[in-house]
Design a protein. Structure first.
Length: 87
């Protein structure tokens, strides 16, 4: 994929980008609060699947390395960190 497909802040978001962003949002939601099997499938997609994950991210106008890095930080938080943020 070419770098021109990355989201440009000045460019209007397309319907296709919105669709792919919804796919990513759905995967994150399933990873966070879905049933166990769905959580595992979503985690595999978000953290181990390089080809499809990158394709979906580029189609959404999102940098896949940046997104995965942010998700890794969430995954590596201590349980006490989450409880403190909720309070």
């Amino acid at each position: 994929m070419s770098m021109t497909m990355l989201h440009n802040a000045d460019a209007e978001e397309t319907a296709e980008q919105k669709l792919w962003r919804a796919v990513i949002a759905g995967a994150v939601e399933e990873w966070v609060s879905g049933p166990l099997r769905t959580k595992r499938e979503a985690e595999q997609f978000l953290f181990q699947d390089d080809q499809d994950f990158r394709t979906v991210c580029y189609s959404a106008g999102i940098n896949p390395e940046n997104l995965r890095s942010r998700l890794e930080r969430i995954r590596n938080r201590k349980p006490t960190d989450s409880a403190a943020m909720a309070a």
